[in-house]
Design a protein around this ligand. Structure first.
Ligand code: PRP
Length: 180
């Protein structure tokens, strides 16, 4: 049913799986001897963080933070709102923020600065998707799954008006869906 609203599949289920294996291996290697705190930014991070975690072979802790900047539309408002904060202090921790997408990079810049301000030892970002053509704020995530063109994508955590997060792949939404 959801598929009829999708113009094309951009990142398939299999590609997502392989990407998470690759990222997980790299993270496991880079954080050897450390116990990183993986912080997922809700709600978009859910499927990606779940898939990624399985491929990290370290004593990680996980935390979730609720952050919103799109407020339902197809454009970031730039107004980053924390809807749920972390349950634990981050002082001295090596933090890895898990994101579904970095687009304008406004969200990730705000949250990275906040966690550094709170005393984290290091803050890095792992994102399933990177859309460099969308940048408003300069930012390069350390770990990037797939670089995508400037198209509005949904699925695997990404929404349009809170829908389509449950698609098992990342696809381009038909324009008629958000212009009607
Ligand atoms: C989306 C996405 C990222 C952010 C990226 O979140 O999950 O957190 O936007 O966009 P940016 O680089 O332009 O800031 P959204 O605010 O839509 O909330 P959600 O995770 O609940 O979908």
């Amino acid at each position: 049913m959801l598929e009829k609203d999708i113009k094309k599949v951009l990142v398939s289920e299999e590609e997502i799986k392989q990407t998470c294996i690759k990222l997980g291996k790299q993270i496991t290697e880079d954080y050897k001897g450390k116990d990183p705190l993986v912080v997922g930014l809700l709600k978009g991070c859910m499927p990606f963080m779940t898939e990624l975690m399985k491929n990290i072979d370290l004593y990680i802790d996980i935390e979730l933070m609720g952050v919103q900047s799109y407020h339902g539309g197809t454009q970031s408002t730039g107004d980053v709102k924390i809807t749920r904060d972390l349950d634990i202090p981050v002082k001295g921790r090596d933090i890895l923020i898990a994101e579904d997408i970095v687009d304008t990079a406004k969200t990730i810049s705000v949250i990275t600065k906040l966690l550094k301000y709170r005393g984290a030892n290091s803050v890095e970002v792992v994102t399933l998707l990177d859309k460099p053509a969308g940048r408003v704020v300069e930012f390069t995530p350390k770990y990037i799954g797939v670089t995508i063109p400037k198209e509005f994508v949904v699925g695997f955590g990404l929404d349009y008006d809170e829908k389509y997060r449950n698609l098992p792949y990342v696809g381009v939404l038909k324009e008629e869906v958000y212009t009607k």
